[in-house]
Ligand binder design. Structure first.
Ligand code: GTP
Ligand code: MG
Length: 342
């Protein structure tokens, strides 16, 4: 049981709000930076086409989902014209020959094929921009979840701001790197979206539950239904924004939600439905932090967390709740960037 927080002063709540807004302004890439990413993609595609004639490259992940940082990696998916799925393809040998080809590209360094992972990739470093990237094959579900996240980001600017704040918080606390045993950015983004759906009144709807037809349409990709309502111009006819809270209040609300309200033992973090989903239901009771992928319903983003790491993440949230939830008179004078005082 956590001790109750002292009452918030309006002045501190205002400061909190400024910090959240500033965090977004400081870290969100501008159009030029987004353009650079598209340019690299074009260049790589024409290079790859020398050997793989029908190759098409597409960006996904944070270059496209609305939650990218200046230094975020380039997540690229390759598909071949006339080939719907990866079925019948020898993905490992394609990745290996793609790596051999990319080694000849003058602008790339550190080409590294990784063929043992669940999704085989080839990693690279783009020397001129200092960006890292990887190319995977037929990572089709990722293209769809990128589109889903981008839609949520477009509904309300507070969604974007809160996702940036959470990603910065996760990096600062060292809890946001799946390759080192913690949670991926994608996992944290799903946590933010879930909280915003559960907020009363909600800040975002459940797009996978909105449809015009009598029953939910089925759009199958790799055996999963990737349908969601993406006609955002018409969304106001189906869902009205009733939540008027400030981003600062929502940020503190998020820290409180995951430390005081949400029952991790009992419930799954699931953004595809508004009704509660239990860990028992999913047979996912052996893990404490359970985050269901919105499309691949067998995928738990928290599956790789050790007990130790889970405690470490929960402690970061508890610490965050008390730091951001306790009013102080003023910023430290040496404050220069948003979360420095954390
Ligand atoms: P950054 O930290 O800014 O790169 O965020 P990101 O959203 O691009 O995360 P990352 O590069 O780790 O992952 C790229 C994309 O892969 C995600 O945005 C998802 O679309 C997709 N993805 C699907 N399943 C997973 C998963 O289990 N882990 C991760 N990390 N990504 C997944
Ligand atoms: Mg990425």
């Amino acid at each position: 049981q956590l001790a109750p927080l002292p009452p918030m002063t309006p002045a501190f709540l205002k400061t909190l709000n400024t910090v959240c807004q500033q965090c977004y302004r400081d870290f969100a890439p501008d159009d030029v930076e987004l353009g650079v990413r598209e340019h690299i993609l074009q260049d790589l595609e024409s290079f790859v086409k020398r050997q793989f004639t029908g190759a098409r490259l597409r960006l996904f992940g944070s270059s496209k989902n609305g939650f990218g940082f200046k230094q975020s990696d380039l997540d690229i998916c390759m598909v071949l014209d006339g080939q719907e799925t990866a079925e019948g393809l020898d993905c490992i040998s394609i990745i290996e020959s793609l790596a051999r080809l990319l080694r000849k590209h003058p602008g790339l360094r550190n080409i590294l094929p990784i063929t043992t992972a669940k999704v085989p990739i080839v990693k690279f470093y783009h020397a001129r921009t200092g960006l890292e990237g990887d190319i995977s094959l037929y990572n089709t579900l990722a293209l769809h979840n990128t589109r889903l996240l981008a839609s949520y980001a477009a509904i309300d600017l507070r969604v974007k701001m809160l996702c940036y704040v959470t990603k910065v918080f996760a990096k600062l606390c060292d809890i946001g790197d799946a390759s080192r045993g913690s949670l991926s950015s994608y996992g944290f983004t799903l946590m933010v979206l879930f909280y915003l759906q559960q907020r009363n009144p909600p800040v975002i709807p459940v797009l996978q539950e909105i449809y015009d037809e009598e029953k939910k349409p089925e759009v199958l990709v790799d055996g999963w239904n990737v349908y969601f309502y993406d006609d955002l111009d018409k969304l106001p006819e189906r869902w009205q924004q009733k939540n008027l809270e400030s981003v600062g209040a929502l940020w503190l609300g998020l820290l409180q939600f995951y430390t005081e309200t949400f029952d991790f033992r009992e419930h799954v973090i699931s953004i595809r439905q508004s009704a509660a989903l239990t860990t028992f239901n999913k047979q996912w009771t052996s893990k404490y932090i359970v985050i269901e992928d919105p499309f691949d319903l067998n995928h738990n983003l928290g599956a790789g967390l050790s007990r130790r790491m889970t405690n470490f993440i929960m402690k970061a949230f508890i610490n965050g709740r008390s730091v951001f939830g306790t009013s102080v008179k003023a910023y430290p004078p040496e404050y220069t960037s948003p979360m420095e005082f954390f």
